[in-house]
Ligand binder design. Structure first.
Ligand SMILES: Cc1ncc(COP(=O)(O)O)c(C=O)c1O
Length: 397
């Protein structure tokens, strides 16, 4: 979300269902960015790379060929077929491109449509806290009840099975998982995914597995797709996107894999909400899938360099505690020692260090005493920003 967002005015005429929906906690910090020109912005959750040149060429070509009409509701067939092949190549999963693959407007629409398509009023949905900002409002908009699963630093921000089990009730319907994780960068091991999968099977729950950072892992870590675990294929909607992997956030192409019973409801919501995904974007995405994957490898390598810089520099700052996670492109350091709330600390950094970060509470109450730093920004900019943070913080130590 960007600063040119629609201004928030009292919404006298808004529907009742919006009453419990709060605007994203990130937006205040975008507004602050406008008041503080020259600030280094480390809030943005998108790669600072441009998609590979050949993908843009493919978009031009598609436009010249007149592929500017409505696309099929579930996505152009070539893209769905390429996505089915990807699922098999990456994870040995077989999905029917016609009924088990759906192309969506980014992962965001997929999450919204999945919840709207699956929940009945009062159904409980386990969501991570801290967690990606859309889960809770989407559950509420779909008439569900969000139930927060605490992600604790002492457990490297991975869900503890006892917590999950204790939060499951007869009304629990869905569990949302997101690994590699935004905002914490955590990645789950094989055994950790297996343990969560076992709970989902035993408690007969549907899993929405948000895997948009699947390719952004470091230190030889591996991403394990939830649907590959015993009993999971038939109960998992795998959400993915071209946004992070190919630096195509603005093209808005995401996708879902799942069994027909789970994909069909989503498809129906998608049909009436958006009709189809932008056809040119789909050709660009198709070209990205078909082309060399070196772009992804090189981008992740560069993220890794920045990740190490951020880790080293943060830990040089007295009072900041930060363990190096193995995924995504976010640092989520602990700022408890400064005795400020995460909002206060982020505001302090904006005003005194000239660096914009996101307060941890933008991701839920579990983000209190943390801030999120995106290292999807240039290396030298990160270096400068962390030096500025260090100098500003020295004055309070
Ligand atoms: C965890 C997670 N899921 C989904 C998305 C949605 O991305 P998009 O709609 O661009 O595919 C994001 C974007 O920041 C994210 O961090």
């Amino acid at each position: 979300m960007h600063s040119e967002e629609y201004p928030l005015v009292p919404v006298m005429k808004a529907a009742d269902r919006l009453k419990s929906i709060k605007p994203s906690g990130i937006r205040r910090f975008f507004a602050l960015a406008q008041q503080l020109p020259g600030c280094i912005n480390l809030t943005v959750g998108e790669p600072d790379f441009c998609p590979p040149e050949h993908t843009i060429e493919a978009g031009w070509q598609a436009a010249k060929e007149g592929k500017t009409h409505y696309a099929p509701t579930n996505g152009i067939s070539e893209l769905r077929e390429a996505l089915a092949q990807k699922a098999f190549r990456d994870y040995g999963l077989t999905y029917d491109p016609d009924s088990e693959v759906l192309v969506t407007i980014g992962g965001t629409e997929a999450i919204f449509a999945a919840l709207l398509g699956l929940l009945n009023p009062g159904d409980e949905v386990l969501i991570p806290n801290p967690g990606f900002v859309v889960y809770e409002p989407c559950v509420l908009l779909a008439g569900g009840v969000p139930v927060c699963v605490p992600l604790r630093e002492e457990n490297d921000f991975k869900p503890c099975c006892d917590d999950v089990t204790s939060l499951v009730t007869p009304r629990s319907r869905v569990i949302v998982l997101n690994y590699p994780n935004n905002p914490t960068g955590a990645v789950l091991s094989f055994d950790e995914v297996a343990a969560l999968a076992k709970i989902a099977v035993e408690r007969d729950m549907i899993v929405i597995s948000d895997e948009v950072y699947e390719k952004i892992v470091y230190d030889g870590a591996r991403h394990y797709c939830l649907a590959t675990f015993p009993g999971m294929r038939q109960r998992t909607l795998v959400i993915n996107s071209f946004s992070k992997t190919y630096a195509m956030t603005g093209l808005r192409v995401g996708y879902v894999y799942g069994p027909t019973e789970l994909v069909s409801p989503l498809w129906l919501v998608h049909q009436y909400a958006v009709a189809c995904v932008n056809s040119l974007s789909q050709y660009i995405a198709l070209d990205a899938l078909r082309g060399s994957q070196d772009f992804v490898k090189d981008m992740v390598q560069e993220f890794d360099r920045r990740r190490r810089l951020v880790h080293a520099k943060l830990n040089e700052i007295g009072g900041i505690k930060y363990r190096l996670p193995s995924g995504a492109f976010y640092a989520f350091p602990n700022i408890k020692a400064f005795g400020m709330t995460s909002e206060e600390f982020a505001e302090f950094l904006a005003k005194k260090a000239g660096v914009l970060t996101v307060p941890g509470t933008a991701f839920g109450s579990g983000g209190e005493r943390y801030i999120r730093i995106s290292y999807a920004a240039a290396y030298d900019l990160l270096e400068k920003a962390l030096d500025c943070i260090g100098r500003a913080v020295e004055k309070i130590n």
